[in-house]
Ligand binder design. Structure first.
Ligand SMILES: Cc1cc2nc3c(=O)[nH]c(=O)nc-3n(C[C@H](O)[C@H](O)[C@H](O)COP(=O)(O)OP(=O)(O)OC[C@H]3O[C@@H](n4cnc5c(N)ncnc54)[C@H](O)[C@@H]3O)c2cc1C
Length: 334
C-alpha cells in the first residue's frame, strides 16, 4: 500500500494499492497496457480532490513535462504544454517571455493537464478563452484522441471530462494561444485598486501577475501551511423564480446577473451568513478569511471533511433553499 498524504493538498493520509509516475505519452501507453484494473485514478497536483477513504484503484501521477512552441505569428503564438507541467510555473514561463493571456491566473495550484477538467478561472479570466485543444489517451482502448476546444464543452468549473467522458481519458498535453501584445484585463475591481494603490498607471502583464499573486496570498491559505483544496463549493447559478424568492427572504443577497435570466450567488456569502466562517469543527472547518475554503487544521480524515461539507451544504439548503455542489472532486466515496 502507498500513502497519498504527499500527493493531495488537503494532506489526507489514505492509501492506494499502487502508484505510478507517468513521464511521457509513450510511457503512459506502456503502463496502461499492463494495468491490472479496468479503472484507474489520475492525479496531477492533488489540489482539487478530497480523498474520503483508502482508494482501491491504482493511482497514476501525471508528470509529462515540456513546453513547445508549435506556431507563431506577429501577434500570437501557439504552445503545446505537457499535462504534468505545474500551472504556475507555466504562467511564470509566459511572464518571463512576455507572453500574455494567463497573468490573471497566476498562482493557481496544480498541473496543466487538470486545468481543462474544470476550466480553471480566476479574477475575470478562464482558460476556455485561450484553449485550442486537449490531447488525450483513451484508457480503455489506449487510442490517442485530440479534443477541440468546442468538444471539451468548457463551462463554469466544468467540462466534458467532468460529466459525459468522466474517467475515460488521460489528458497528456494541452495547446493554448498566447498573446504578444496583450491588453491587460483589469475587470476584477481588486486588481485595479491594488495597481492604483501602487501608483502603477500603465500596468504590464507582469504587474498584473504580481498583484494577483499578492491578492491570492492575502486571501487564500497556502496548502503548505494549512491543508485545503481552494474553493470547496461552486457558486450556485439559480433561475429567476428561485432568485426572487431568495431576494424576498434576504434583500441584501449578493448576486451577479447571468445570461438567460439566471443569477450567480457567491457560495461564500451564503456560508458566511450562517456563521460558518472561521468556525472549527474537530480538525476541520471553514477558513477564517474565506468561508468557501474548507481546511484541514491537522490530522483531519477525508470523511471528517466530507461530513462537514455535507453539514454546511444542508444548512445552506435549509436556510436559503439553494443547493451548493462541490467543486472539489470526491474520490474514495464508498
Ligand atoms: C489554494 C488553492 C487555490 C485554488 N484556486 C483556484 C482558482 O482560483 N481557480 C480554479 O479554477 N481552481 C483553483 N483551485 C483548484 C485547483 O488548483 C485546480 O482545479 C487545478 O486545476 C487542479 O489541478 P491538479 O493537478 O492539482 O488536479 P488534481 O487535484 O490532481 O485532479 C483534479 C481532477 O482532475 C483529474 N485529473 C487530473 N489530472 C488529469 C489528467 N491529466 N487527465 C485526466 N484527469 C485528470 C483527477 O482525477 C481529479 O478528478 C485552487 C486550489 C487550491 C488548493
Amino acid at each position: 500500500m502507498y500513502s497519498l498524504k504527499d500527493y493531495n493538498t488537503f494532506g489526507i493520509d489514505v492509501t492506494c494499492p499502487s502508484l505510478h509516475e507517468v513521464n511521457s505519452e509513450y510511457h503512459l501507453i506502456e503502463l496502461l497496457a499492463n494495468k491490472t484494473s479496468d479503472e484507474i485514478i489520475i492525479l496531477g497536483g492533488g489540489s482539487n480532490v478530497l480523498l474520503i477513504n483508502d482508494l482501491e484503484l491504482p493511482v497514476y501521477l501525471n508528470r509529462i513535462n515540456g513546453i513547445e512552441v508549435v506556431d507563431e505569428s506577429e501577434e500570437e503564438l501557439i504552445v503545446e504544454v505537457g499535462g504534468g507541467e505545474n500551472w504556475h510555473q507555466f504562467v511564470c514561463w509566459c511572464m518571463n517571455n512576455n507572453f500574455g493571456n494567463f497573468e490573471n491566473l497566476s498562482l493557481i495550484p496544480g498541473t496543466v493537464g487538470a486545468a481543462p477538467m474544470q476550466n480553471i478561472g480566476a479574477y475575470g479570466e478562464e482558460i476556455s478563452k485561450y484553449l485550442i485543444n486537449v490531447s488525450t489517451v483513451e484508457l480503455k482502448t489506449l487510442k490517442k484522441r485530440v479534443f477541440s476546444a468546442e468538444e471539451c464543452e468548457l463551462g463554469y468549473r466544468n467540462s466534458v471530462f467532468k460529466h459525459r467522458e468522466k474517467g475515460k481519458y488521460f489528458i497528456t498535453k494541452v495547446q493554448f494561444r498566447l498573446s504578444k501584445n496583450r491588453k491587460v484585463n483589469l475587470s476584477y475591481g481588486a486588481i485595479e485598486s491594488l495597481l492604483a494603490a501602487r501608483n502603477i498607471l500603465k500596468p504590464t502583464i507582469q504587474d498584473v501577475s504580481k498583484v494577483v499573486i499578492d491578492i491570492r496570498n492575502s486571501k487564500l491559505p497556502s496548502p503548505s501551511e494549512i491543508g485545503n483544496a481552494g474553493s470547496f463549493f461552486k457558486n450556485p447559478i439559480i433561475d429567476e423564480k428561485s432568485f426572487l424568492e431568495l431576494k424576498n427572504k434576504r434583500p441584501d443577497v449578493v448576486f451577479y446577473e447571468m445570461p438567460n435570466s439566471q443569477y450567480k450567488i457567491p457560495a461564500g456569502w451564503l456560508i458566511d451568513q450562517l456563521g460558518w466562517k472561521g468556525k472549527r469543527v474537530g480538525n476541520t472547518g471553514c477558513y477564517a478569511q474565506q468561508a468557501l475554503v474548507l481546511v484541514n487544521y491537522g490530522g483531519a480524515t477525508g470523511s471528517e471533511i466530507y461530513r462537514h461539507a455535507l453539514t454546511v451544504q444542508q444548512d445552506v439548503y435549509d436556510s436559503f433553499g439553494v443547493e451548493i455542489t462541490p467543486e472539489v472532486n470526491l474520490l474514495g466515496l464508498s
